[in-house]
Ligand binder design. Structure first.
Ligand code: NAD
Length: 380
């Protein structure tokens, strides 16, 4: 696929600090692209609406024009959006991921020189592949006492003799062979292309045998059937990528105790959610954690963090996660030079102690705008 020199990329600011960090990331990207390609390439940004801003302006949280727009340009940068807990609308983020079948949520966790109490931070270089369409995120759930929950309870009792208390909410956790194998395939291909050494399947298959346990088995199956030339399963072999597995609770412990032993981690949706935030904490917290949601045709990059209502509107949010997410998008477009320039400049800025308040440990903290001006100076 030939990428034009002036591709259109959609962006959605989202809610809360999204409205601060996304415009900041765009300024940094523009400078990096201009510098890396000496003005010969540029991104044409197209603003689309979703979340509260969309509700105010066009009366819908996720307008059709936004969906059509993303489908048309195929690449987007997105800020976080608020999702109410317990009631209200379902997550717009989840809706977008499902709508465009963005089945792989790829989240690199790397150290950028952030002041930290964690002694092994500079050894952390993980890439999390979180399955993005299934598991408890499929959104199949019923409220306690609802008619549907009641019917399901009766069915389970009559058919299988299974008793569930009447005051229980019920969620289903579908995990399919199809969805498992396509994300594992993507992770192994990534490992081969980028020269990574290990792909670890994280699961809770000891408890949920037919969902998480099956995830593990289907993962090994695809590794063995389709990549036997490149991988070795279960035990290390010279010149091959090790594909192995870890139970989820142990995996969380392992990435803290021995992060340098791990490389790519593939996991179902919910595990991936927990793992990403925990892993992000090792390198400075969610303000540093980038992500990109990828399907077969469309990609939406977005920071891992949420709308941060506690600091929204103050102009002090850390834009690094949004900037690094935009770098992933550039890499997706094949503009690796600009992506690398961004990462190197961000690292230099942070190493000089120029950071936003979430990362400051004694040094004077910068505002979002002051911080990106420092990054832009490094790029120049
Ligand atoms: P959060 O990530 O918004 O905030 C957690 C903590 O981290 C807060 O103290 C916040 O100030 C801090 N933080 C987060 N990002 C930061 C940044 N860039 N710079 C500095 N500090 C930062 O998580 P939450 O409070 O659990 O969620 C708030 C809202 O965001 C909820 O409505 C939730 O549903 C939504 N959310 C959306 C997404 C998404 O759109 N992809 C992801 C997670 C949460």
């Amino acid at each position: 696929l030939k990428i034009p020199n002036e591709p259109i990329v959609a962006y959605i600011e989202g809610d809360g600090i999204g409205r601060e960090v996304i415009p900041a990331a765009i300024k940094v990207v523009d400078k990096a692209v201009e510098t890396a390609y000496k003005g010969k390439r540029r991104i044409v940004w197209w603003k689309l609406l979703a979340g509260k801003e969309a509700l105010q302006k066009v009366g819908k949280l996720l307008p059709e024009e936004t969906v059509k727009g993303i489908a048309e340009v195929k690449v987007a940068l997105k800020g976080p959006m608020e999702t109410p807990i317990g009631t209200g609308h379902r997550s717009i983020n989840v809706a977008l991921r499902k709508m465009f079948d963005l089945y792989a949520n790829i989240r690199p966790i790397k150290y950028y020189g952030v002041p930290t109490v964690y002694p092994y931070a500079d050894k952390v270089d993980l890439i999390i592949f979180r399955e993005n369409t299934e598991d408890v995120y499929a959104g199949i759930e019923w409220e306690a006492y609802s008619r549907e929950a009641q019917k399901l309870r009766e069915f389970l009792k009559n058919e299988f003799g299974i008793e569930i208390r009447e005051d229980s909410g019920i969620t289903l956790k579908p995990i399919s062979k199809f969805a498992t194998q396509r994300i594992v395939r993507k992770a192994i291909k990534w490992a081969i292309e980028k020269g990574r050494k290990r792909v670890t399947i994280m699961h809770k298959g000891n408890v949920m045998k037919f969902t998480e346990g099956a995830f593990r088995n289907w993962a090994f199956e695809v590794a063995e059937k389709e990549f036997s030339e490149y991988v070795s399963i279960g035990k290390p072999e010279e010149g091959k990528i090790l594909v192995d597995d870890k139970i989820a609770d142990n995996m969380l412990q392992q990435i803290i105790l021995r992060p340098w032993e791990y490389d790519i981690i593939v996991t179902p949706n919910l595990n991936g959610d927990y793992l990403s935030d925990a892993a992000a904490a090792l390198v400075g917290g969610v303000g540093m954690a980038a992500g990109i949601n990828v399907g077969d045709y469309i990609a939406i990059a977005e920071p891992v963090h949420g709308t941060a209502p506690d600091i929204a509107g103050k102009g002090i949010a850390n834009p690094s996660a949004a900037i690094l997410s935009a770098a992933l998008l550039l890499e997706y477009l094949g503009w690796v030079e600009a992506a690398e320039l961004i990462r190197a400049s961000l690292r230099k800025t942070i190493e000089k102690g120029k950071v936003t308040p979430d990362l400051a440990r004694g040094e004077k903290a910068l505002s979002t705008e002051e911080f990106i001006q420092e990054v832009i100076k490094e790029i120049e």
